[in-house]
Design a binder for this molecule. Structure first.
Ligand code: MTE
Length: 303
């Protein structure tokens, strides 16, 4: 499938990773042998030339995945308990072809490519991550979006036996998220299946997680088992838990503070003990690509 953009980042911009030499093979493997590993490398043009991904270690050992506990190292410690094979995603609601899609089926129909994106958590830390994945719009097209669909609702696996963190009512399990249809169809929005050319580790949301680079990280719902196309704005876990602090939109915005902290700057993970803080960019640096979707909207009210 023809990709829509050419990118100003080259492979040389990526931090070397030992297994990186094998990545063509790895990615071809991930694509279920479909040979669909057409690799394009895409990042938001804003500051793209300076994007240098974090290390594998940063990305896979400093995580939020509350189903395994609320500590940053809990996901790495416990996420291996989650079984991800076989895996399937139920797609239902306002679609022409509702049903249960196996992960392998999905992979053999999608084109896997690489996207190097900024990743900004609402807790004011950030990383730069080399994802592998496909555009969400391609998956939705596979199911056939019907006219009345205005939002997309997502749900994470909920398997208490394999998820020790779900014993605690930190959130109302299962974890759920949502996007407006135009956000879901935006070419920046991907379903990630890999990091650094390797299958996505459990702690990062194996085998399939959402990535919406201009929104706070909690929108990037992990280990997705269900996608529903709906007419009305769906509930989202963090908004249900605390609507004042976490809105439905959750667009990265340095000018709208979290009620308990400023969002004007962020701690860059991987910078060592004296990690520098950097100014947070409007829409996380993807303003040119996404601002038009919110024209005329009060971004404080619809935070
Ligand atoms: N998805 C699920 N199911 N459970 C979670 O706790 N945490 C979110 C998001 N997706 C979370 C989730 C938050 S707050 C962030 S910042 C990112 O995942 C973290 O992604 P990472 O661990 O890959 O950096």
């Amino acid at each position: 499938m023809a990709r829509r953009w050419i990118n100003d980042l080259t492979r040389n911009d990526i931090t070397p990773y030992p297994a990186y030499l094998n990545r063509r093979q790895l990615i071809a493997g991930m694509a279920g042998g479909a040979g669909a590993a057409a690799l394009g490398s895409i990042a938001g043009p804003a500051h793209a030339e300076t994007l240098e991904p974090n290390s594998w270690d940063d990305i896979t050992s400093y995580n939020n995945f509350y189903e395994f506990g609320t500590g940053k190292s809990d996901p790495k410690e416990y996420a291996h308990l989650m079984s991800t094979s076989p895996w399937s995603v139920e797609i239902d609601g306002l679609v022409d072809r509702p049903g249960t899609y196996s992960f392998d089926d999905i992979m053999s129909n999608m084109t896997i490519e690489e996207r190097i994106y900024r990743f900004r958590c609402v807790e004011a830390w950030s990383m730069i991550i080399p994802w592998n994945g496909f555009e969400l719009s391609d998956l939705l097209a596979m199911a056939g979006v019907q006219d009345g669909a205005r939002y997309v609702a997502f749900q994470t696996l909920y398997r208490p036996d394999e998820m020790p963190g779900t014993r605690y009512p930190v959130l109302d399990w299962p974890y759920v998220e949502g996007l407006r249809m135009d956000e879901a169809m935006n070419p920046l929005t991907i379903m990630a299946t890999g990091i650094y050319g390797k299958p996505i580790p459990n702690q990062n949301g194996a085998p399939l997680r959402l990535v919406v680079p201009w929104k706070y990280g909690y929108k990037s719902i992990k280990s997705i088992v269900k996608i529903s196309l709906v007419a009305d704005e769906p509930p989202t876990s963090w908004n249900e838990a605390n609507p004042r602090e976490y809105g439905f939109y959750s667009n990265v915005n340095p000018n709208v503070s979290h009620p308990r902290w400023s969002q004007a700057s962020e701690r860059v993970i991987g910078g060592g003990l004296f990690a520098k803080r950097e100014p947070t960019l409007m829409f996380n640096g993807y303003e040119k690509e996404v601002a038009s979707m919110y024209e005329g909207m009060d971004l404080e009210k619809y935070h």
